[in-house]
Design a protein around this ligand. Sequence first.
Ligand code: TRP
Length: 454
Amino acid sequence: MNQRIPQRAQWASRLGFILAASGSAIGLGNIWKFPYVVGQNGGSAFVLVYLAAIVLVGVPIMMAEFLLGREGQRDAIGTFSRLAGPRSPWCLVGWVGVTAAFILFSFYAVVAGWSFDYVFKSLGGRISGQSPAQIKAIFGTLLDSPGQMIIWQALFVMATAGIVSRGIRGGIERCSKILMPTLFALLFYLFIHGIRSDGASQALAFLFSSDFSLLTPKVILEAVGHAFFTLSLGAGVMITYGSYLDRRANLFSLAVKVSFLDTLVALMAGMAIFPVVFSAGLDPAAGPGLVFQTIPIVFAQAPFGQLLSVLFFLLLAFAALSSSISMLEVAVAWLVDEKQWSRIRSTWLLSLLAFLLGIPSALSFNVLKSTPFLGSPTFFDFCDKLISSYLLPLGGLAVAIYCGWFLKRTATQQQEAICCPSRWVYPCWHILIRYIAPLALTFVFIQQSGLING
Ligand code: TRP
């Protein structure tokens, strides 16, 4: 079995790994979804639970995924077949991950395509100076144009494939080293702009002053679910990325750094967006349209609005791209490691398939708008629900149970495997991964899948 995998790729540096893994974590979830779910769930109480969930559920599961990949030294499916045995039912967890990452890539590219479109719209000055009604109409027109959406989706898929086909060091790591610092710089600029605008204190209060009366069980579970989603867990990404780590990597320190950067970006995105929304007197609970409708309305009237809006949509596009490369990598690693396909062939074939699968998702906003699919209002909603509500929490739950209960290891071996010199990290991790994380994810799964309270 061993000689089938000659010289597996490794990250060139720890920094490269941290940027690539946080690139996966930081995505539309941070900049597009986080602000609007905070808005819809009433602000700070939600943020507090979200932060707790990052620490208690997110970090331990991320460590578990890194550990599995680093031990398995293969793609997500191969890792389970190596650790648990080729015929073990645990291999299904790897399959869940690869399937989830692939389907996610197919419809993520549709939304990411909108951000490409908006970069060009902003560059061409088509947004600044427009009235709110005109800006709403611009979004509506985009959604009503299947051809345009599919072209942007195709370009986004091709950009992703171009990076992944160049491999771990030369493609993913090298691009992350360019994309992520640029993303941080753009966000920092928009953050400063946000906190200097009139609505800053209102935004701070909205995000950080606690009103615990808003904490219903549904809000709590939504916050845990989002913490899990935003760290890209449950889809085999961190297993695959972890498999390119060397044996001495301190998995605790890496997981903390990646989660910290992800959280920082979400909070800074909130502080870049809400102050301007409040200054313009608009609704913070606008929902998914927040970044594509509310934000352009604000920028259209602001001084330097055109520049701000180009920067904002570039930020969104970069964040989406660094996430989508990790989704594609999960499936590519499977073909490369298990089927011995060449990376280039695997990448382009899977990209083509993901593009085709994404077309009905793009059409869900226009031609297929009123065509329900397997109990969901549209095909896009079906894919989103299948992944975010079922496959990801299920994958994460299985990883936690496997690592906590089945990975055959003595405690000292596990402690050594994590490579963290601190003595308290291992016992804490062990409790969290055995009891707390599985319990929390079971509740999230039950709630999100609507099995209990719809
Ligand atoms: N974390 C990504 C974001 O915030 C989304 C995501 C969820 C993801 N699961 C993933 C990305 C798995 C890659 C792989 O947008």
